[in-house]
Each structure stands twice: as C-alpha cells, then as structure tokens.
Design a binder for this molecule. Structure first.
Ligand SMILES: NC(=O)c1ccc[n+]([C@@H]2O[C@H](COP(=O)([O-])OP(=O)(O)OC[C@H]3O[C@@H](n4cnc5c(N)ncnc54)[C@H](OP(=O)(O)O)[C@@H]3O)[C@@H](O)[C@H]2O)c1
Length: 240
C-alpha cells in the first residue's frame, strides 16, 4: 500500500508505540485519527507532528462512543484504509492477588475494545475500493504463557485467535489482517503493569514503528499475517 493520503486509525496514540506509529504514518503522508482517553497528550502529539494527526478522545471500552464516532466521522467519500489496534495495558502479579477490576480492565481494553472498534471499521473498509489493512498489536505474551502475567496472557492469546480468524474472513475482501508480537519495548507500559518485565536492552518504539510501516507497504497480494519482534540480546550491554 502507498501511504500517501491514506486514512488511518491508531488507538493508544497518546503514548509509547502509538505515538511512533502516528509519527511514521504522518511522515509518509497519511492522515491519522489518534484515539486515546487523554486528550491533552493527543494534543501534544499534534503539536509535534502536525495537523495530519487528528486527536480523538475515546475510551475504547465504550462501544456506544465508538459507534457514534465512526458514524459521524466516515462517509462514502471518506473511508478508512488502515486500523492499528494498539491501545492496551497489563496488570501483572500472582493470580490470587489479581483483582476482578484489573482482570476486567485488561479484557475490556485489550480484547473487547479491539472488537468494538473493528466491528465498526470493517464495513467501512469493505466499501473502500482500495486495499485496506488492520494491524493488531499483541505481544510475545500472546504466544507464550508465563508466571504473573496470566490475565495479560489471556487477553493477548485471545487477540491472536481473533486476528487469525479475521485474516481468513477478510482476505477475499482485499483487507489484510496482521498481528505483531513484540517483546518488551521501552515505553510507559511498565509504569502501571508492575512486575519485572523491564530490562536494560528493550526494543525501541521507533524500530517497532518501522516494522509496522514495512507491513503496511508490502505489495497488495503479499501478506505478513504474524510477526514476532525481540531484542536479540535482552541483557544490559554494560553487563556483558
Ligand atoms: N511496552 C511493551 O513492552 C509491550 C510489549 C508488547 C506489546 N505491547 C503492547 O503494545 C501496545 C501499546 O503499549 P505501549 O507499550 O505503547 O504502552 P503505553 O505507553 O502505556 O501506551 C498505552 C496506550 O494505550 C492507551 N489506552 C489504554 N487504555 C485505553 C482505553 N480504554 N481507551 C483508549 N486508549 C487506551 C493509552 O492512552 P490513554 O491512557 O490516554 O487512554 C496509551 O496511549 C499495548 O497493546 C501493549 O499491550 C507492549
């Protein structure tokens, strides 16, 4: 896909890899609707990258709000080409210490939120004469279960299943579906997640965003449906 003048939706655009995705898409000439709850952060992103980035205050756990926004934003002559389901969070800890609220917040954000938005965007993409692309941001935690991240694992494994089914459902409508499975990335994710997921040699958001561009810019009949990203050496280089 050529990204110039394409219309993209990026969730979680107020922080971390969502900002980098938005920056790189705008640098290629795309228009980006950046969704997140913190409007002030989204406005800072707009100040940095310009008015091709459109801040949208949205809590993706609210299906009605998503529905109303999609209805009021898109019409037959203004249809989305790209959806990046990126917003997500984790709460880490032993299963007996995890609150029902934290479990539900992870499921509502990482899994239900993806469904609420995707179900509204797919009909718009089906109307689009151009090829379209949905990219879901899972995690290596969508491939491997590990102690203290059971809830997060459950949501990201769920996202993998949703994505694989969707890839097979939408391929004959000229809609690509890809899932990214990154290892630890240096973002604000761990500020709230707790646990010991950080290390001194994490992936950089900008490199993850370059991979996203690569997936998007492949030829129309070429699909990378899953891709795993890891630091080659997760140890602190100063300790070697
Ligand atoms: N960092 C890592 O090590 C890592 C590794 C693998 C995968 N991932 C995945 O990568 C994605 C992005 O994470 P990140 O590392 O960039 O973390 P981050 O810096 O904490 O950013 C998370 C983003 O999600 C948004 N968000 C959270 N709940 C939301 C909601 N209910 N509605 C709308 N937006 C919401 C946040 O915006 P607001 O707070 O403004 O709403 C923020 O923009 C997540 O899906 C995460 O699971 C991260």
């Amino acid at each position: 896909m050529h990204l110039e003048n394409k219309i993209a939706i990026v969730t979680g655009a107020s922080s971390g890899i969502g900002i980098e995705f938005s920056k790189k898409l705008v640098s290629r000439g795309a228009v980006v609707y950046g969704l997140a709850r913190r409007l002030s952060k989204l406005q800072e992103v707009r100040e940095q990258i310009g008015n091709k980035f459109i801040p949208v205050q949205m809590d993706i756990t609210k299906p009605e709000d998503i529905s109303n926004w999609a209805l009021s934003t898109f019409q037959d002559d203004h249809l989305p080409h790209i959806l990046i389901n990126n917003a997500g969070l984790g709460y880490f800890g032993n299963v007996e210490d995890m609150s029902v609220d934290d479990w539900n917040t992870m499921v509502n954000t990482n899994l239900n939120g993806v469904f609420y938005l995707t179900r509204k965007v797919v009909p718009l993409m089906k109307k689009n004469d151009n090829h379209c692309h949905i990219i879901n941001i899972a995690s290596v935690a969508g491939l491997l279960g590990n102690p203290q991240i059971s809830g997060y694992n459950a949501t990201k494994f769920g996202l993998r299943g949703f994505s694989e089914a969707l890839f097979k459902e939408l391929r004959y409508h000229d809609i690509k579906v890809s899932t990214m499975f990154p290892g630890s990335i240096d973002t604000h994710f761990f500020d709230t997640a707790g646990g010991s997921g950080t290390h001194a040699n994490m992936l950089q958001a900008s490199d993850v965003a370059d991979t996203l561009l690569y997936l998007l810019e492949t030829p129309d009949n070429f699909l990378i449906n899953e891709i795993t990203l890891r630091p080659l050496n997760p140890k602190n280089p100063d300790d070697l």
